[in-house]
Design a binder for this molecule. Structure first.
Ligand code: NAP
Length: 303
């Protein structure tokens, strides 16, 4: 039973390869030509070159594949058109090729931010892609993770870790009370490995997040604690930061999209009961996740 994984060179993909190979899966990964140097074939792992946007390489990639795990995506700071081309057109190409290759199951990794009140190009593209998956004839499962952290994460908590290391004070946008529910990457990859072993998938979407809801201030305090640093937080007024960030983002000078700041302000408490009841999902606490991440020595740095 062979699995095709897209997005193997990304943060989650690298963790998922280790998890699936450790579980004895036979794995093929789809890698863009320009990223071929980021990954090498090894026992149980076959590398195929292709691109979701052009559809190049997909027929070869899907030959004799039982299950597709579709992780590949683009998010900000990519342009809206690249986000749509990759996440919508790319998913359509993959579904079409999967149908032709008679793939049995399709697992799509979406995002919990599709449930947000503020939908940007990324969230809209994920919703469109979800719809493509739902309307396909292949048996499917959609996972909607909240923000993911772990070794090799340079975006979310990884960015915060770098800010804590860099600045004498911790810059916190807003009053620090907004809620987050970060998901430890190994909890996601372990769940995906277990799902690959289930004979039947419920054809629906599941929201995934960590066990704990914490405020942004608590998150900063816990990170400082693990880093052995004593730093004060400076709360920056939300809207001035938002407008400056929007201006810089339009000029291509900021990596954080304005919509991400709105999500931060809105906060994000997830309902993960369905995943616990139906899928046996058992995420760890933020402290446990941080403990494992800091043990790896690869917190806040790319892999
Ligand atoms: N990280 C999070 O906090 C988070 C939260 C919720 C949901 N998610 C979702 O989880 C998934 C994995 O996230 P991640 O953080 O691992 O993303 P990531 O680090 O940005 O990795 C994205 C992957 O997609 C690949 N890719 C992009 N365009 C492609 C194309 N045209 N053809 C083939 N592959 C392409 C990239 O390949 P290259 O190396 O060649 O660029 C890379 O392997 C994504 O679907 C994301 O939306 C992530």
């Amino acid at each position: 039973m062979k699995i095709l994984l897209t997005g193997p060179t990304g943060f989650v993909g690298r963790h998922l390869i280790d998890e699936l190979l450790a579980g004895g899966s036979l794995l093929r990964v789809l890698v863009r030509p320009q990223s071929a140097g980021k990954i090498t074939a090894r026992e149980g792992l076959e590398v195929v070159i292709g691109d979701l946007v052009t559809g190049e390489g997909l027929t070869d990639a899907l030959r004799d594949i039982h299950t597709v795990i579709h992780l590949a995506a683009r998010t900000s700071p990519a342009s809206d058109s690249l986000i749509s081309a990759t996440n919508v057109r790319g998913t359509a190409h993959l579904i079409d090729a999967s149908r032709r290759a008679e793939v049995k199951r399709f697992l799509f990794v979406s995002t919990a931010s599709v449930l947000s009140a503020h939908l940007g190009a990324y969230e809209k593209s994920k919703l469109e892609a979800e719809e493509l998956v739902r309307s396909s004839t292949i048996s499917f499962l959609i996972l909607r993770p909240s923000l993911i952290y772990g070794a090799g994460d340079t975006k979310n908590i990884g960015m915060l870790i770098r800010a804590i290391k860099t600045f004498p004070y911790i810059p916190v946008v807003g009053d620090g009370t907004s809620i987050m529910q970060p998901l430890y990457v190994d909890d996601l990859t372990a769940l995906i490995r277990e799902l690959c072993q289930l004979p039947v998938w419920p054809r629906r979407a599941y929201t995934l997040a960590g066990r704990e809801r914490i405020s942004l201030d608590e998150c900063c305090d816990k990170l400082c604690n693990y880093m052995g640093l004593k730093k004060s937080k400076v709360h920056l007024p939300f809207y001035p930061v938002y407008y400056i960030c929007s201006f810089l983002y339009r000029l291509g000078l900021a990596r954080i999209a304005p919509i991400q700041l709105l999500h931060l302000k809105e906060g994000f408490a997830c309902d993960i009961r369905s995943a616990i009841d139906d899928l046996g999902f058992r995420p760890c606490s933020f402290d446990e996740g941080l403990g494992r991440m800091f043990c790896s020595g690869r917190e806040g740095v790319s892999q």
